[in-house]
Design a protein around this ligand. Structure first.
Ligand SMILES: C[S@@+](CC[C@H](N)C(=O)[O-])C[C@H]1O[C@@H](n2cnc3c(N)ncnc32)[C@H](O)[C@@H]1O
Length: 264
């Protein structure tokens, strides 16, 4: 997708009109589109909360940002077998402090927080950041003690990760990146959520490689980059090792001690 996506907020069945108005105002989006409006995406507020729904012929169904779905509960049962947790050394005696520099729908961030990480989640795309804020607030204020506890370890920063204060970076153990990028003329990602992201984002491989270079210059113990299983390392930067996940792998870049600011 190039250019700004055409987006509007709408209220669906059982949706909270006040939430729809708040999202429209925060994001400076039109509320209640007219029939015939030429839109790429609808930010639909229905009984299940906000969702992003692509429009047009063959469009996929709505995508939600929420942490109480079956897929995340299933991943929870995988527990410490999750390659992402091992790649980031999460799950030790003291909680790892992770900066997730590419928040997206925060599914990875949620898994890391479930494994015990204190996770600062950065998302620079305002619509996604607004959905994330709603999802974290809803989990933190809901009835499920597990969701409340995990959401309590997520801190959202609705901004580019590179604007984080140096103290936040110096206090972190690791930076995690899962950038979007095209492979051989096609987007590497598939699935409903990734289709929606393609509407909203304009990131290319050069931007993703620049983000990795930035992360490698920060005073953290390691940087971990998620890649499609067979893709080359991002920006040609060789990791020390990689951990295979189901369809992806996690490239691990430990940092030389002299680059790490002492936190003692
Ligand atoms: C592929 S998605 C990440 C998906 C995420 N790992 C998940 O589990 O849902 C990449 C996200 O990173 C965000 N992003 C890319 N560069 C960023 C940056 N420099 N700072 C903050 N967010 C960034 C994009 O807006 C996009 O939402």
């Amino acid at each position: 997708m190039t250019g700004t996506p055409r987006l509007a907020v709408a209220v669906g069945d059982g949706g909270d009109p006040a939430l729809a108005r708040r999202l429209a105002a925060t994001l400076a989006l039109p509320l209640l589109p007219e029939p015939g409006d030429d839109l790429d995406l609808l930010l639909l507020v229905d009984a299940a909360g906000p969702a992003l729904r692509p429009l047009g012929p063959g469009a996929s169904g709505p995508v939600r940002c929420r942490f109480d779905d079956g897929a995340l509960r299933h991943r929870r049962r995988g527990g410490h077998n999750e390659a992402i947790g091992r790649a980031l050394a999460v799950g030790g005696a003291s909680p790892a402090r992770v900066i997730d520099g590419t928040g997206g729908f925060a599914r990875d961030a949620f898994v890391l927080a479930d494994l015990g990480a204190e996770d600062t989640v950065c998302e620079r795309q305002p619509v996604l950041a607004a959905l994330l804020a709603e999802a974290i607030a809803s989990a933190a204020g809901g009835d499920d003690p597990w969701l409340r506890e995990v959401a309590g370890r997520l801190r959202l920063v609705a901004a580019d990760v590179r604007t984080l204060p140096v103290e936040t970076l110096a206090a972190a153990d690791a930076i995690y990146l899962d950038p979007m990028f095209p492979v051989a003329g096609k987007r590497a990602a598939s699935g409903k959520a990734m289709t929606v992201l393609q509407h909203l984002l304009d990131d290319d491989e050069a931007a993703a490689a620049a983000l990795v270079d930035w992360a490698l210059a920060q005073p953290v113990r390691r940087v971990v980059v998620k890649r499609p299983r067979r893709a080359p390392p991002l920006g040609g930067r060789r990791p020390s090792h990689s951990l295979p996940g189901r369809a992806v792998r996690f490239d691990v870049y430990p940092k030389p001690e002299q680059l790490i600011t002492s936190r003692e």
